[in-house]
Design a protein around this ligand. Structure first.
Ligand SMILES: Nc1ncnc2c1ncn2[C@@H]1O[C@H](COP(=O)(O)OP(=O)(O)OP(=O)(O)O)[C@@H](O)[C@H]1O
Ligand SMILES: [Mg+2]
Length: 422
């Protein structure tokens, strides 16, 4: 064991206490229960439901060698911020809200995964950039900048721009009174609106199923039954128009019912690279050829030793929906669809991107809504059904407008494949 002098020990503890204080002030701001264990600092921090202040349990006794090591914290000394931020980043990735730290000039020093993912940015590339580059909003619409300008924290302000939710900011000052950091935490309420919408859609679907599906089946049955007694002209009308139209209506209702109450997920272990290249590849190949679309793959080899627990057919349906949307967005120009996979912690991120005209910003927030369609013959159920399927697989599905075309990002949890030797 290394022998530390009393002075060294005291300094180390002062430093640790500052770090603990920082965690504590941060966790205090969280609006939900939270628990975090740091094995380097040998402490556990926990904030239970309804508890204002987090409680801290240390693994080590503060009494060592008979010396009382309780040391007073001097708040005027600088906190080792850069180190703390590096430390905090992986912890804050566990938080489902957007958390961004900026300095007094609005330059990002920390950005959690949720903030980067929802804005479609690469988190590491955002460090050192101005916050407007992350949010892609004019400066006057950025609450964090307002907080810097007023030099005041903002409490529970409703935000309604590209996102809908509640923002809070807190300020940390330097000794000279200038702003050291503004911490902003944004709680998105879009998910809540999404759930409400789906609940309403579900209730309507149940009604539609009872009221329309049965008479449709009856009409279809009678048409089939009587058609042979009718003149040829009418038989052809029934076969070519009436029955296909009834079948179309029936399939719309079935799709809609699937959103409200999707078919049971029959999961199996699927290697995602194999699935994308072989199962999906095979299906896309002929259609791609037919529509003059090139399909390119860029698959992360690390994923060869990981599986997803998924329903193969449902997953195929998701990608086929995306592919059909790409085909339908194609102009006279040749089109390329890029499918890539990337291992990210314990998730696979699948990017499905086309280089078509992209999705107009005015509609991008609505494309996952049931029945939202810009197409004359579209039912607007493809994307909402796809997202529902992904969510049933404990994943997420988002859209992002890149420099060209539309890009859909699907994240699914992965499990490391057991090797034969283990
Ligand atoms: N790759 C894409 N490029 C451009 N716009 C797209 C793309 N994918 C989806 N969209 C837009 O999103 C809307 C909703 O898509 P969604 O698949 O849910 O419905 P749809 O394709 O219109 O109808 P359905 O899939 O039910 O036949 C589309 O109408 C289109 O405006
Ligand atoms: Mg579609």
């Amino acid at each position: 064991m290394v022998d530390l002098s009393y002075q060294q020990l005291k300094e180390r503890i002062t430093q640790l206490e500052k770090e603990v204080e920082f965690y504590k002030s941060f966790v205090k701001e969280l609006s939900f229960p939270f628990q975090f264990t740091d094995y380097t600092l040998e402490m556990r921090m926990e904030k239970r439901r309804g508890q204002k202040e987090p409680t801290i349990t240390s693994f080590v006794s503060q009494e060592k060698n008979g010396v009382n090591l309780q040391v007073h914290i001097d708040p005027s000394t600088d906190l080792p911020f850069e180190r703390l931020e590096a430390f905090l980043a992986p912890i804050l990735d566990l938080v489902p809200h957007h958390i961004v730290f900026v300095d007094g000039n609005g330059i990002i020093t920390l950005c959690n995964l949720q903030a980067a993912n929802d804005t479609g940015m690469d988190r590491d590339a955002m460090i050192g950039k101005h916050i407007r580059e992350l949010l892609q909003l004019p400066d006057e619409a950025i609450i964090t900048l307002k907080s810097i300008e007023m030099n005041e924290p903002i409490y529970n302000q409703e935000v309604l721009d590209r996102y809908y939710g509640i923002i809070n900011t807190r300020l940390i000052h330097n000794e000279d009174g200038s702003i050291k950091r503004v911490i902003s935490m944004f709680q998105s309420l879009n998910m809540m609106k999404e759930t409400e919408k789906l609940a309403v859609a579900g209730r309507i679907a149940a009604g539609i199923a009872h009221e329309i599906r049965n008479p449709l089946t009856t009409v279809r049955g009678y048409l089939q039954f009587f058609k042979n007694d009718l003149p040829d002209r009418i038989i052809s009308l029934i076969d070519k128009l009436l029955i296909p139209e009834l079948d179309r209506a029936n399939s719309i209702i079935t799709d809609f019912l699937n959103i409200a109450k999707p078919a049971e997920v029959k999961t199996e272990k699927i290697n995602i690279n194999e699935f994308l290249m072989e199962d999906l590849g095979l299906l896309l190949r002929s259609e791609a050829l037919l529509h003059d679309i090139e399909v390119d793959y860029d698959l992360d080899e690390r994923l060869n030793s990981y599986d997803v627990e998924a329903d193969r057919n449902q997953l195929l349906q998701v990608f086929l929906n995306l592919f059909h949307n790409a085909i339908e967005a194609k102009t006279e120009k040749a089109m390329c669809v890029f499918v890539s996979s990337k291992l990210h912690n314990n998730l696979v991120q699948i990017y499905f991107r086309d280089d078509g005209p992209g999705i107009p910003p005015t509609i991008i927030d609505h494309i996952f809504d049931p029945f939202f369609s810009t197409k004359e013959t579209g039912t607007g159920l493809g994307l909402s059904l796809s997202r529902k399927i992904i969510e049933l697989h404990k994943g997420t599905m988002k859209v992002q407008n890149g420099d060209v075309g539309a890009c859909f990002i699907i994240e699914l949890p992965v499990i490391k494949r057991e090797t034969a030797s283990s």
